[in-house]
Design a protein around this ligand. Structure first.
Ligand SMILES: NC(=O)c1ccc[n+]([C@@H]2O[C@H](COP(=O)([O-])OP(=O)(O)OC[C@H]3O[C@@H](n4cnc5c(N)ncnc54)[C@H](O)[C@@H]3O)[C@@H](O)[C@H]2O)c1
Ligand SMILES: [Zn+2]
Length: 345
């Protein structure tokens, strides 16, 4: 299956999804007169999948590869300078191509380096985690963390292609799979009641990815016209981010925190979104089914206070994403005091 989205600044992005498509990578990489490809991956993914990608490109384009240390703690400016040296050594020019093979961390770092090296080199994303396949590889947000906070330096740089091979998930640890499922459940809750029903049964992961990718690509494309639709993707994230911050980003993972953020929101969804209680219960049951936590041992008042410092705050009002029903969400205004009252009910 292939899905295309267009953005005013970068033109067309083709997303191709299919089991085994990595073997076909040359078809998408060796275009636009590219002579060299610089492949970036991390130390966990390299031994598992790098040879497959290099094998598919061998003899069709000049190849070089670089392995970054795996982990969010290495998503910083040193990784960017490391990649600039790698690109220089590889002889990459503006008509060549950079390939990110990995999860969201590799994608964000490599994307930012590609956006800024020679003021922009073509980028192909080959995501290897469920989160990267359904979320981070699509939409062109790239960047690194600074000592002052996560994703503080970055740029928009749309990939020319995103190649999604669900077979690469065979090696993904269960915990990482669950983290990706939190975002999948989020998509179902805000946009796709049918996907929610599918998730309640036995899933076909390729189909699930296709559905999430079309939602994300649609949102990215529409939001250029400032429909504000992209905000809906923050469902579960307002409390989730606050929890991650309170645990200094070393407690629950992002996906786990989002899961708790969605599950804690039942009364808020009911009061402010008019959501039927049974749909909130379905949201919680889905999180349980996919081995995600539904609560965390932190005082609700502390979570609300940390939410107040979030960048989504406009003056004294929070923009909250609430469910109207399974598959439909909207943004509502809410004060911190109201939020605290609803969460402490
Ligand atoms: N750009 C965006 O729009 C966007 C959106 C959401 C998240 N993000 C970013 O994405 C990052 C999180 O991404 P992630 O969850 O993919 O984390 P990650 O890249 O750290 O990957 C998780 C772990 O799985 C390993 N791994 C990756 N693929 C594997 C595979 N196929 N088999 C075995 N192990 C594998 C990695 O080495 C790592 O240890 C965060 O930095 C976040 O800020 C960006
Ligand atoms: Zn998220």
């Amino acid at each position: 299956m292939s899905i295309t989205y267009t953005t005013a600044k970068n033109g067309k992005t083709d997303i191709v999804i299919g089991k085994g498509i990595i073997a076909d990578a040359a078809r998408y990489v060796c275009t636009g007169g590219a002579v060299r490809a610089a492949v970036v991956t991390d130390s966990n993914v390299a031994p598992l999948h790098l040879d497959k990608l290099l094998g598919a490109l061998q003899g069709k384009i000049e190849l070089s590869s670089h392995v970054l240390s795996a982990g969010e703690q290495y998503k910083n400016m040193s990784a960017i300078t490391e990649l600039y040296s790698f690109f220089d050594d590889s002889g990459i020019t503006r008509t060549d191509v950079v390939i990110a093979l990995g999860g969201g961390v590799v994608g964000d770092i490599t994307g930012f380096a590609a956006a800024t090296f020679l003021r922009g080199v073509r980028l192909v994303q080959v995501p290897t985690t469920l989160l990267a396949m359904t979320d981070s590889s699509i939409g062109g947000k790239t960047g690194v963390d600074l000592p002052s906070g996560k994703n503080r330096a970055g740029a928009f740089h749309q990939p020319s292609h995103v190649l999604i091979d669900p077979e690469l998930l065979d090696t993904l640890p269960q915990k990482e799979m669950a983290c990706g499922m939190a975002e999948v459940i989020k998509y179902a809750c805000i946009k796709d009641a049918e996907l929610a029903r599918e998730l309640e049964g036995d899933i076909d992961i390729t189909r699930v990815i296709e559905k999430c990718v079309s939602i994300k690509a649609g949102v990215v494309q529409n939001d250029q016209f400032d429909s504000g639709e992209r905000k809906l993707l923050n469902y579960g994230h307002t409390l989730g981010h606050a929890i991650e911050k309170l645990q200094s980003f070393s407690g629950l993972s992002h996906g786990e925190a989002i899961s708790v953020g969605m599950c804690m929101f039942a009364d808020v969804n009911i009061a402010l979104g008019g959501c039927p209680e049974e749909d909130c219960v379905r949201n919680i049951e889905l999180c349980k089914k996919y081995n995600l936590p539904t609560s965390v041992n932190i005082n609700v008042r502390d979570i609300v206070a940390a939410t107040g410092a979030d960048k989504k705050m406009e003056g004294k009002t929070l923009k909250l994403v609430v469910l109207e029903k399974m598959g439909k969400a909207r943004v509502v205004d809410c004060t911190l005091k109201e939020l605290e009252e609803l969460l402490c009910k």
